[in-house]
Design a binder for this molecule. Sequence first.
Ligand code: HSE
Length: 419
Amino acid sequence: MKKVGVGLIGFGTIGTGLIKIIQQEKQVELKHIADLDITTPRSVKVDKALLTTDVSKVLNDPSVDIIVELIGGIQPAKKFILTALKNKKHVVTANKALLATHGDEIFQTAKDNNVYIKFEASVAGGIPIIKAVRDSFRSSDITSVLGIVNGTSNFILSRMSLDGQTFSAALKDAQGLGYAETDASLDIDGVDSAHKIAILSSIIYRTRVDMGHIYVEGIRHITLEDIQYAEELGYVIKPLAIANRDGNKLDVRVHPVLISKEHLLSSVSDVYNAIYLRGDSIGEMMFYGLGAGQMPTANAVYSDIIDIVGKMSAKSNVMDDYSFTNRLDIKETSENRLRYYIRFSAVDKPGVLAKISGILGRSKISIASVIQKDRKQSGAVPIIMMTHEAEEKNIHSAIRGIDKLDIIKSKSIIIRVKD
Ligand code: HSE
C-alpha cells in the first residue's frame, strides 16, 4: 500500500527528533526536508536527496499529503502554512506563537479547504492535552484551568528552590538542555505561557482568547529570598497560566503564584509541565508530563501525523471543529479577589509596621500573617505579609501609597497566592 507522504519544513531540534521517529516507525514516507541550513551535521542520518532549501518544492509536490511546519515564529511560517492548506495538504505544526495570534485565519483556511490542522506539540510538549480538551470535555463543564506550561520557567524556579541556584545559572542550564526558546525572554517573561493558555483556553471554552486579553507577568523579579519565605509559609512559587470561567466572564492570566504545598501542582518540578482542570462534573483532573525537549515534542508531532493518516485511510470527512461559538467577556485582572504575598523592604525602626498596616487597613486589606526576621542596625529589612482575600485594585493602590513612604527602601514585591 502506498505510504502517506510527509514534507518537513524545519530541520532543527524537534525536526531531527521527528525524523528519528519516522525512520524507526516506517509508517509514513518522508519526501522532503526543507531548511535554510542543510549542511550543519544533525544527530540523524538522512538521504541527501531529501534535503532542500527551496520550500516551494515541499508545498507544491503532489506526493506530499501532510506538511509539518517546525520553523516557529510568525513569518514565513504563516505564509507556508496557508499555502499548504490552500494546496489541500494537511498541516501539523508546533507553532504556538502563530496559532495564538493568527489562529482564526489558519483554522478557517483549513476548514475552507477541508484539510486538517493539528498542533498537539504547541502546548505542553509531550502531554496530549489538545486532543484531551478538544474531544473529552464539555466546555460548559470546565470552570478552571491552571497550567505549568513553560518548562524553562518551571526549571528555573525549581532549581532556585531545590538547589539554591541563581536565576541566571538555572537559565543557562535550561538553555544548554535545549528547553528554552531561541529568545529566552519569551520563556521568562511569560509570553510563551501566554501563547499556550491562549490556545488552550480558546479550545476549552470555545471562545476566542487573544494575546491582548491576557495579563502577563514573568518570573524575573522572583528572588531566592521570596522562594525561601514562601517555603516557610507552606508554599512553593510556580509559574502559572490560568483561565477561570466565572459565569459569562473569563479570567485569563500568566504570572508566578505562591501555591500551597498541598496542591497537586506544587510537586510539578524541573522541566515537567502539568495542566490541572476543575469542572462541575469532572471534579479535579491533572495531566502531567514533559513539556519541552526534543523527543517528547517530536512524539506529539508524530502522533498528529498518525492521527491524520488514520483519518485519511478511513476516508473520514469529519473535520476538527475550531469554531469559537461562545462569546465570553474577558475579566480585568484588577477585578480579581485573591490572597497576596507582599515583601516590603523597610527601615527597621518603631512604627514601621503601623504605617504599612494603616494604609493596608484603609484599603480594606486584611493581614493574615507577618514575618520580619533579620534585625539589622542599619539599612533595610524584609517584611513579608500574607493578606486575606482582597481586591487586586486595592492591593495595587495601597502598595503604590506604601512605596512612597520614606521608610520603604525599594519597590515592594507582590506575588499572588493560590491555596
Ligand atoms: N520553551 C518552551 C518551554 C518549549 O520552556 O516550555 C516548549 O514549548
